[in-house]
Design a protein around this ligand. Structure first.
Ligand SMILES: Cc1ncc(COP(=O)(O)O)c(C=O)c1O
Length: 399
């Protein structure tokens, strides 16, 4: 049972005390002290609020490779969106973006999977909304743009949490708090047990997933994963900007983000090495092909699996705390299904929004058709990375 949303241990949390104290500590933990910032329920809520209250009227330029929830806040705020091309390897040619940026009020730049975006995109003369949703544990990822966003639940055992950072002063939004504590009757002073919102349902499902994993209950684990997919669908329906819940603010205090970051890097390197036969810090060479098709210790001597599975990124730079290990596979859907049979949950990042048309952005769609993200986060170590590598190689060997 590997992958999917991060489980939450049903620990007792102290939710007492002024929220200002929690916020000051959160700002320290996420290294945004001294910078104007605000906490929301999710990153898209932050963008939705920003698009209405901060962004001047006019079009916004978005990357052609992104998810539905990147476009959603603009759609709902009635902001015109345009797109700039993202290549098959997620690189962006700033020369192609420059003419498209003219006349736009802002450009959104994504640090894909925690890997730094092209720095030239921050020098186009158009204010940048820096998207650090997949780079939460990389403090460098929220300092280049005029504004930056991040999402906490993608990396951490919390049900909600979005961050908006600004270079200029920010009139702090007065928003109702995300209601997560309802189902934990009495956990939040004054909360009504029946009063949870989508994040409350997420909290319960993440706790159920935790118990299932602890008890080795595969069926319950997949059930919780399915419940979590439903909460994501709910989030896709309509954005209601909320303040980050007190529950998540309190839960964040005890987390060791450095340890999580280290573990992610270690797992990435280990899994990369097991799959591709080299360290991601060394470049691929013709005699060490950068693909699973290379013979492995586990496959019969001389047998070369017919199918090629390649890493999306060749190297893991020092500064990167990866979100996952994205690979490319011509039979991606079959691989994904095979991994489900091995109780390994993988994710396609991302199904592109309908506004990004295949004819206009064939390279982004080429990538969407092949990409799959393997989990490497802090929950896991050697055993899980070896299990994933074995399953991927078995799949490759069977084709
Ligand atoms: C690159 C990127 N930006 C923004 C978002 C929106 O984040 P959230 O789900 O916290 O609203 C996502 C969500 O997956 C994302 O991947």
């Amino acid at each position: 049972m590997i992958g999917g949303e991060i489980e939450i241990a049903p620990d007792e949390l102290s939710l007492a005390g002024p929220i200002g104290d929690l916020d000051a500590r959160m700002a320290r933990i996420l290294q945004v002290e001294g910078k104007p910032h605000a906490w929301f329920g999710s990153a898209r809520e932050a963008v939705r609020w920003w698009a209405t209250h901060i962004l001047p009227e006019g079009p916004v330029l978005l990357p052609s490779y992104g998810c539905e929830s990147v476009v959603q806040p603009y759609r709902e705020a009635g902001v015109e969106v345009r797109f700039y091309p993202v290549e098959r390897d997620l690189s962006v040619d700033a020369g192609r973006v420059r003419p498209l940026a003219r006349g736009c009020q802002a450009i959104q730049v994504i640090h894909y999977f925690g890997f730094p975006a092209n720095p030239a995109l921050f020098d186009l003369g158009v204010p940048v909304l820096e998207d650090a949703v997949q780079a939460l544990l990389s403090p460098w990822a929220r300092v280049h743009g005029q504004w930056a966003i991040a999402s906490l639940r993608k990396f951490l055992p919390v049900p909600d949490g979005g961050l908006l950072v600004s270079r200029q002063s920010l009139a702090l939004p007065a928003l109702p708090e995300a209601r997560v504590a309802g189902p934990l009757a009495g956990a939040q002073p004054g909360s009504d047990p029946g009063d949870a919102d989508v994040y409350g349902r997420k909290l319960l499902a993440r706790m159920a997933k935790f118990r299932a994993r602890r008890d080795g209950d595969v069926e319950a684990w997949w059930e919780a994963a399915a419940d979590l997919e439903v909460t994501e669908e709910e989030l896709d329906e309509a954005i209601v900007p909320r303040a980050m819940s007190r529950w998540s603010r309190a839960a964040l205090q005890g987390l060791d983000l450095d340890r999580m970051a280290t573990r992610r890097r270690e797992n990435y390197r280990l899994l990369f090495g097991l799959l591709f036969g080299r360290d991601p810090s060394s470049a691929a060479s013709p005699d060490r092909p950068n693909a699973v098709a290379a013979p492995s210790a586990d496959s019969a001597p001389g047998v070369r699996p017919a199918i090629s599975i390649r890493p999306l990124f060749d190297a893991l730079p020092e500064s990167v705390v990866p979100y996952g290990l994205p690979i490319l596979c011509e039979r991606r859907d079959a691989l994904m299904e095979y991994l489900v049979d091995q109780d390994i949950y993988t994710v396609i990042h991302w199904k592109l929004p309908p506004e990004v048309r295949r004819d206009d952005f064939p390279d982004s769609w080429w990538l969407f058709d092949r990409i799959l993200t393997l989990p490497i986060d802090h929950r896991y170590g050697d055993v899980e990375m070896r299990a994933i590598a074995r399953a991927v190689r078995d799949f490759a060997g069977r084709q």
